[in-house]
Design a protein around this ligand. Structure first.
Ligand SMILES: [Zn+2]
Length: 247
């Protein structure tokens, strides 16, 4: 076992309150695309426009077409938790307080059995109606090209509003930032997993932890701007690395 892995192993054993910040690189070993790398719709220079709140409001047919192409794919549908997700759930089973703040919308942390997961960018499980608040399972919403609400509103007899996916769109604020900041500051170890930290404001979270002198581990295949500030940096696969550190 190399020295870095041994350090990670020791820190995981010594820490009780472990905060995790996970990104797309966490799920690549489950066959999901890392959106920063070129892939289908994500190669389109207009992708931020197509998956924006404005596009959903003004051209819902265009939005929903793009959304399906990006997220409602066999890769997402068939994805299973990988060794990294399983390792985090295992830490919890061993009695650690593990709280996960994820940029991923795939639900794989929960599927692996992690109990405390805050989805900063929402999830693919639901769609919701901005008019009456009704929620539907994503599967139920996919019968129409542009899913609409089947509920009843006070203003109108039947609602029929265009449904929103329960994910944070471009132009919208990420969720649970305060909670994530508090959680990270009250942890004794921060694991930053599979995120290149290029997306603000999530990228500010590790800096706060660093200022508060938390032990910080960064595992990401490629270099990030945060590398000089982390106490331990590993340019390796998240799943394999966590699995090796635990077993
Ligand atoms: Zn409605």
């Amino acid at each position: 076992m190399n020295e870095e892995l041994q350090t990670l192993r020791n820190w995981l054993r010594e820490s009780q309150r472990i905060a995790v910040l996970s990104g797309a690189g966490m799920s690549t070993e489950s066959g999901l695309p890392d959106f920063r790398s070129a892939h289908g719709l994500w190669e389109n220079p207009r992708v931020t426009e197509l998956l924006s709140a404005t596009c959903l409001r003004d051209t819902p047919d265009q939005f929903w077409k793009s959304f399906r192409e990006a997220f409602l794919t066999p890769a997402f549908h068939n994805a299973k938790p990988n060794a990294g997700h399983v390792a985090l759930a295992e830490l919890e089973r061993r009695g650690k307080d593990v709280v996960i703040y994820t940029q991923n919308v795939d639900g794989l942390h929960q599927a692996a059995g992690s109990q405390s997961v805050w989805e900063l960018h929402g999830n693919l499980r639901h769609v919701y109606c901005p008019e009456c608040g009704a929620q539907y399972a994503m599967d139920q919403a996919l019968h129409e090209p542009v899913p609409t609400c089947r509920g009843w509103s006070i203003k109108r007899n039947s609602c029929e509003e265009v449904l929103h996916p329960n994910v944070v769109l471009f132009e919208q604020n990420i969720r649970h930032m305060e909670t994530a900041l508090r959680g990270i500051l009250s942890s004794d170890l921060l694991l930053i997993l599979g995120t290149s930290l290029t997306v603000d404001p999530v990228a500010t979270l590790p800096s706060m932890a660093w200022q508060a002198s938390r032990r910080t581990v960064l595992i990401n295949l490629t270099e990030t701007d945060f590398d000089p500030y982390a106490n331990l940096v590993m340019h390796t696969r998240v799943g394999q690395t966590l699995d090796s550190a635990l077993n």
